[in-house]
Structures are given as C-alpha cells and as structure tokens.
Design a protein around this ligand. Structure first.
Ligand code: 2NE
Length: 299
C-alpha cells in the first residue's frame, strides 16, 4: 500500500528521549521521521517554495505561520505519545528563544506565508500549550520578546539563562497581544508591572525577570540545558495524573468555562479509571504513578 511519509519539519527541530520531548525553533531542515530520499525531495520543494531563503536563528527565531503549524504538530505528537511526560520548548542558539512574529511575513491581515492569507495562528498555539495535559518548560537563552515573550509566559515553567532578555515589543510595531499576552502577564507580574511592560515596551534582564515572577530560576548559560533536564527528571518522578490535575486546576479560574471543562475532563478520566480498577481489569496504581500513562492520552 502507498505510504505517505509525514511532512518533514523545516522551521523546527523536534526530538524525544527518556520521557522528555524537545521542541526547538530553527530553520535548519530537520528530519523527524523521513528517510534520506524524503529529505532530498522535501528540501527541493522547500527551496522552491521559499520566498526568501533565510536562517531563523539569525532572525532571532522569529515565527511565521508555517513555523507555528509545525510547532502545533510537534506539541500534538508530544501530547499523544504516552512515553512523554514533559516538554521543553526552546529556540536554537544562544541569542534568542524567540523574537515573535516574523515582520517580513506581516501584512494588513496578519501574518501570511505562501498561501497568501493572513492569520494569527500563534494564538491557537498558546491555547494548545496551556491545555496540554503535560508540563511545558520554556528554556530561554537570549531574547524572549514580542510574541516570543507571550510564548514563554504561557508555558508552565521558565528556566532562564543569565543572558536572557524579556519584554514586549508589539507597541513599537503597532501590535499588541490583548489575549493571554495581557491576562497571563497580569497574573504573573501583577497589574502595575503588566502595564509598565506593555505601555513602555521595556526590556528586562534575567535577574529583573526573576524578581518580577516572570521566570522560575536563572542559571548560567552553559548550564541551561543541564539544569532544565534536571527539572524535567524531577517532574518525571512524580505522578503524571497529579501533575495533569494540578495544571488544569491552576488554569481553571482564568480559563473560565474552558478551564472547568478541562478539569471536569480530568475528573471523568479518574472516575473511568476507578471503574476499571473496581472491575479488577487493570492494575493501574504503581508506586510512582497514580494512573497509567497509557490512560492519560485517552482525553
Ligand atoms: C530581538 C531583538 C531585540 C534582537 O536584537 P539584536 O540587536 O540582537 O539583533 P538584530 O540585529 O536586531 O536582528 C538580527 C536580525 O534578525 C532580524 C533583524 O531584522 C535582523 O535581520 P538583518 O538586519 O540581519 O537582516 N529579526 C529580528 N527579529 C525579527 C522579527 N521579529 N521578524 C523579522 N526579522 C527579525 C531585535 O531584533 C528586535 O527587536 N526584533 C523585533 C522584535 C519584534 O518586533 N517582534 C514582533 C512583535 S509583534 C508579534 O510578535 C506578534 C504580533 O504582531 C501579533 C500576534 C502575535 C505576535
């Protein structure tokens, strides 16, 4: 039968190991599953389709609609892979986590790439990260600004390198994220600081960001990955179900009906699991895990 290989990623790198998925912004052509032949064919198409050949780390990992589509595919895979318990979201290189929307793809209707209609699909990505029933850790080196700053804010945790710089740039280019960019920031840093960040579009270094509650910890740049993996391993030692419920509970109030729906879904999941246990079909409770990983991908 005809096998259609998954479209290779062009703007991101996606890797998985030891229960951890790493989603990294980057233009370097990367094969997640495809063979060498697919790589060559895909790369030829990629070059044909490119409006301008550019290198995303050199654009401080700015995202275009295609980048966001690929990020959503990767996050979806990490969500549905029951061997994955935690996800690291990062940018390639040490100069930037992400500098927001790629301004060269911005038009009157939003950001448009080859299909030529504008959109702000990064808003869907923000919702996806927030609803993802596994912790997402932003690992930030260099700039996390504009839409890139909002992306780190919607992650569950942020580990910052000592060279990290945070801030909103939208008002300088006639743009604002009036959704999570406003509400999540208000929760993180408080109403006065949030106004300062948006009205003045100032940048803050890692120590200032730490004091403001924007990040969980600051580590030397050369220790960033090592420390982030350490945090991941600690999380992986704990019950995935307890973590899942904690995440949905912490988001529930802010997310209104949608937040309640997610938490309610967790309750349904638990009640179904209990029923399975009562019937004696599945021994699901182990020392470390309150509930089997297999069941977690169910909802
Ligand atoms: C990020 C920052 C502060 C870095 O400064 P620096 O000095 O380290 O680098 P430089 O030289 O400014 O940038 C290096 C190259 O990257 C490009 C630059 O144009 C430059 O290109 P060349 O001159 O070398 O060709 N570059 C950087 N950021 C880019 C971007 N976002 N789009 C396209 N090219 C970019 C500094 O570069 C900076 O302030 N960047 C702009 C940040 C920005 O305005 N982001 C958009 C905010 S709005 C948004 O993200 C958004 C939205 O509008 C709607 C919905 C959701 C999000």
């Amino acid at each position: 039968c005809l096998m259609i290989p998954p479209t290779p990623f062009t703007d991101i790198i996606y890797e998985k190991a030891e229960g951890i998925a790493k989603v990294m912004l980057d233009i370097t052509f990367f094969l997640s599953h495809a063979s060498f032949v697919h790589y060559i064919i895909g790369y030829a198409f990629f070059l044909l389709l490119q409006k301008d050949n550019y290198n995303r780390p050199e654009r401080r990992n700015a995202f275009r609609p295609q980048t966001v589509k690929e990020l959503m595919r990767a996050f979806n895979d990490a969500r549905d892979d029951n061997s994955i318990g935690v996800i690291i979201f990062t940018g390639k290189g040490t100069k930037a986590f992400c500098s927001g929307g790629d301004q060269s793809f911005r038009g009157k209707e939003g950001y448009a790439d080859y299909d030529s209609f504008g959109r702000l699909n990064v808003l869907d990505l923000q919702v996806q990260i927030r609803r993802l029933p596994k912790p997402v850790i932003a690992m930030v080196a260099g700039y996390a600004v504009g839409g890139g700053h909002v992306l780190h804010m919607v992650c569950d945790l942020t580990i910052a390198a000592d060279n990290a710089v945070f801030g909103q740039t939208g008002p300088k280019v006639g743009s604002v994220d009036a959704g999570y960019g406003a509400s999540v920031m208000d929760r993180l840093v408080g109403p006065k600081r949030a106004r300062e960040m948006w009205f003045m579009a100032k940048f803050y270094n890692a120590v200032e960001a730490d004091k403001m509650g924007l990040v969980n910890t600051v580590v030397p740049l050369e220790k960033l990955e090592e420390e982030t993996v350490k945090w991941c391993r600690e999380i992986l030692r704990n019950s995935p179900m307890a973590i899942r419920v904690a995440k949905s509970a912490l988001n529930a109030v802010d997310d209104g009906h949608s937040g309640l729906q997610q938490m309610g879904g967790d309750a349904t999941l638990l009640s179904m699991e209990r029923r399975k246990v009562r019937r004696g079909r599945t021994p699901t409770c182990s020392a470390g895990n309150l509930i089997s990983r297999d069941f977690l991908v169910f909802l």
